[in-house]
Design a protein around this ligand. Structure first.
Ligand SMILES: [Zn+2]
Ligand SMILES: [Zn+2]
Length: 209
């Protein structure tokens, strides 16, 4: 499958296009890490997590994503001062891109945030499940170990995107300065701890939303 797929926030204010997605050009993994869980809870979007708290994330080259509307609604959230930039649509708290800085070029978006009726056809099925030790309840089979070949594949993809010039134009960073295009905030240590109680493996609190 080639062509393009639309990224769309839940309310439709923020939209973008990813060009040329295919199982070969993307990484798709289900991540159970407690940062991804905390982020969904912070946004009030636990609906994006699977029953065990997993986020089904598609990672692709930065220059294949461009926003077509609602850019003024994009803001960033960081769980720690040096953590990932987690960009989201402020209109409806939909994640629209997890990134590091442009030196490590990739963008990750939950699969539900694409307008794809059959995401497995567009991106392939998830290749693995990772950080299962944070999964709510028992970890899914095969999610707690290290899958070296898949890890190398993911790293290789990012290096390849960097070397083949797929960083720029970057949807979240300015060429030249490398500075973020959108404002972002870092949540407080206190809030981070509160969020931890909502996450696996054994949540001790429940979302109020
Ligand atoms: Zn929205
Ligand atoms: Zn994660």
């Amino acid at each position: 499958m080639s062509g393009q797929v639309e990224v769309r926030c839940r309310c439709g204010e923020v939209r973008g296009i990813v060009t040329g997605p295919s199982p070969q050009t993307v990484n798709r993994v289900v991540c159970y890490c407690d940062d991804c869980q905390a982020y969904a809870h912070q946004l009030g979007r636990a609906d994006l997590l699977n029953a065990k708290g997993g986020s089904d994330i598609v990672q692709f080259a930065p220059n294949t994503l461009s926003f077509t509307r609602g850019q003024d609604r994009i803001a960033g959230l960081r769980l720690t001062p040096k953590g990932l930039y987690r960009w989201y649509a402020t209109c409806c708290n939909t994640p629209v891109g997890n990134t590091l800085g442009p030196a490590i070029p990739f963008v990750g978006i939950p699969v539900q945030c694409f307008d794809a009726a059959r995401p497995d056809d567009v991106f392939g099925a998830p290749r693995c499940e990772i950080f299962g030790k944070y999964a709510v309840g028992d970890p899914p089979a095969g999610s707690t170990g290290m899958n070296l070949s898949l890890m190398l594949r993911a790293i290789g993809k990012v290096i390849g995107w960097r070397l083949s010039g797929k960083t720029w134009p970057h949807p979240f960073f300015a060429r030249g300065t490398g500075a973020p295009i959108y404002a972002s905030t870092v949540i407080s240590q206190e809030r981070r701890e509160e969020l931890r109680a909502l996450c696996g493996p054994h949540p001790t609190a429940q979302d109020r939303s």
